[in-house]
Design a protein around this ligand. Structure first.
Ligand code: ADP
Ligand code: MG
Length: 572
């Protein structure tokens, strides 16, 4: 864990060394200050030589200027180190999360991921900067201060040092509790983010049901849980720092009494006494620092643990070692004895055998929940099949590079997801870097051109989050334009027009028909009228594929399809 943590310092070795050296130098100069004071009081003051005293002050001033400079480097460059490490980790985490598979996202809340990428990493960055530096300097200052104190008066030094083991015990005790508290705090914060994400994302539903009060209560509960966790952590911090404070003051008083006694006995000079008191304060500084670590260290550790956990989550679906890239497939698809289930033992699909010839349009119909969408989502390997095989043009899809496989497949779904940008950004998503001519051509073929031209901002029209500013038909056209641009040999239309009114549906069907020309097309349809002309119709039920054939054949066969047909069109 620690090794892994330090591996992130590697690119910033120089920065780390610079920061570290400056911090050490700073600590040394601060340690020297009491000695200088003792020298001035015991040696220079009795002599009354103003020239020497002023020179000593001038030297002191120079040291302070150097200190200021060092302080700047430690604060500025040190934090630079922290933020650089934080940025690197964030980049790695984002890259990694993007590669995770559908299964992961099915079971993960967006708000939790946002928490990982923002708050958690911020805390790691803080520890990355302060952790090693503070610990080392604290240790060094402690030893240094003790050394000088022992040099001045060994007995007094040893007596003062007794506080250290007690403090270390305290730190360990509170650190353990704090680690647990921070863990709770972080998960409450993540829940809290997830709640906001959910409520804001679903605000239209919330308001439509007038359930603001319900959401308010849920939010309030999360908010209070977060508060309680935070209050508890501050209680720990408060307890720890006040106990430490008390111990340190006890030592101060003790040093005053014992010091005075030593002075009266003649074993300590006045200057040495003052130096000792000053040193005690320097001695306390690292203790305060170690104390502050109680707050930041568990946060960084908790954050880093979550980070590592997420980084170690392997994508369920990934390129196999010998995966090949293909340029353009024809679209000969074969499912052989395919079985698949989402969770546990329950299988959604079992022993599926299906052959789809290149260029063919094949339609899937059947009751909702039978597994039509699932069947199609196995083709781009959104989920890994559990048994059997799927091949395209003779390549097992597991032997193809994911990127190159997915380039071959275009999916238009019922609920189109649009990004919160402009029409242009959403169309060009089909082929990043496409020229304006290509974008317009795609828009024309999707019959979106007129709409775009009617907008004052044209292609730069903002579509709103998830495309809320567009109608269902417009969104669907945009998705089709995006697909024309992508131009894949295999097309999956998953109830693409099911949510639209009949008139819009008919219009969009035309665009879809145009889109599917020359492509292997898998259509999932709810309304049978839209698939009458399919080359083949496949009926999927809970028992798998139960019927297969052309429209007329299936209507005549008197099975599930003919029943569906009669239900939708009436008569016999
Ligand atoms: P269809 O498209 O035929 O209506 P689906 O393929 O969407 O059916 O769903 C088939 C079954 O798989 C359903 O019982 C559904 O509840 C389940 N299912 C679908 N998607 C998921 C998922 N991401 N995680 C778990 N179960 C799922
Ligand atoms: Mg479906």
């Amino acid at each position: 864990m620690l090794r892994r943590f330090f591996s992130y310092y590697r690119p910033y070795k120089k920065l780390f060394l610079l920061d570290f050296c400056c911090a050490v130098l700073l600590a040394i100069l601060e340690l020297g200050f009491p000695l200088a004071v003792s020298y001035v009081i015991d040696t220079l003051l009795p002599g009354g030589d103003w020239g020497l005293i002023l020179t000593a002050c001038a030297v002191l001033l120079v040291i302070y200027v150097i200190n200021t400079f060092l302080q700047f480097i430690v604060t500025y460059w040190g934090h630079m180190l922290g933020i650089n490490i934080e940025t690197d980790m964030r980049k790695k985490l984002f890259d990694h999360v993007q590669k995770l598979s559908f299964r992961f996202f099915d079971n993960t809340k967006t708000g939790h991921l946002i928490s990982r990428l923002t708050n958690d990493l911020f805390e790691i960055g803080e520890v990355a900067h302060h952790g090693p530096e503070d610990m080392f300097i604290a240790a060094m200052t402690l030893v240094g201060a003790f050394g000088i104190m022992a040099y001045i008066n060994l007995e007094l030094a040893v007596l003062t040092f007794i506080i250290v083991p007690i403090i270390i015990w305290l730190v360990l005790y509170f650190n353990g509790r704090m680690t647990k508290a921070v863990d709770t705090l972080f998960s409450h914060m993540a829940n809290f983010n997830a709640r906001v994400e959910d409520t804001v994302g679903g605000i239209r539903v919330v308001q439509a049901f007038s359930n603001e009060n319900h959401e308010r209560k849920l939010f309030k509960a999360d908010n209070l849980r977060f508060r309680d966790a935070k209050v508890y952590s501050y209680k720990l911090i408060g307890l720890n720092s006040s106990i430490t404070y008390m111990l340190m003051r006890l030592v101060s008083v003790f040093v005053l009494i014992a010091g005075t006694w030593f002075v009266i006995k003649g074993e300590l000079d006045y200057g040495q006494f003052v130096a000792f008191v000053l040193l005690t304060n320097i001695f306390f500084k690292p203790i305060e620092k170690i104390n502050a670590v109680i707050e930041s260290y568990p946060k960084g550790i908790a954050g880093f643990k979550r980070y590592v956990q997420l980084m170690e989550t392997e994508p369920d679906v990934a390129d196999s070692p010998g995966a090949v890239a293909v340029d353009r497939l024809r679209g000969d698809i074969r499912y052989r004895d395919v079985s698949f289930g989402y969770e546990g033992e329950a299988k959604v699909l079992q022993n599926i055998d299906l052959t789809i010839r290149a260029g063919e349009t094949i339609a899937f119909v059947g009751p909702s929940g039978a597994g039509k969408t699932t069947l199609c989502s196995l083709l781009p390997r959104f989920y890994e099949i559990e048994g059997g095989s799927i091949s395209v043009d003779g390549y097992d899809i597991r032997d193809l590079k994911l990127e190159s496989l997915r380039k071959q497949i275009g999916i238009v779904q019922q609920d189109v997801f649009l990004f919160a940008g402009t029409i242009r950004e959403n169309i060009v998503y089909g082929k990043l870097g496409a020229s304006d001519d290509d974008i317009w051509a795609a828009a024309r073929r999707a019959r979106l051109e007129e709409f775009i031209l009617a907008q004052p901002d044209g292609l730069e029209t903002v579509v709103g989050e998830r495309g809320v500013k567009l109608s269902g038909g417009q969104k669907q056209r945009l998705a089709i334009a995006r697909m024309f641009l992508k131009n894949p040999p295999i097309l999956i239309l998953d109830e693409a027009t099911s949510a639209l009114d009949t008139e819009t549906e008919a219009a969009i069907q035309q665009s879809l028909a145009e889109l599917s020309v020359g492509r292997t097309t898998l259509v999932i349809a709810h309304r049978l009228a839209t698939i009458k002309n399919a080359d083949r119709i496949v009926v999927v039920t809970e028992n798998g594929i139960t019927e297969e054939g052309r429209h007329e054949e299936l209507v005549g066969a008197g099975g599930v399809y003919s029943r569906l047909h009669h239900a939708q069109f009436g008569g016999r």
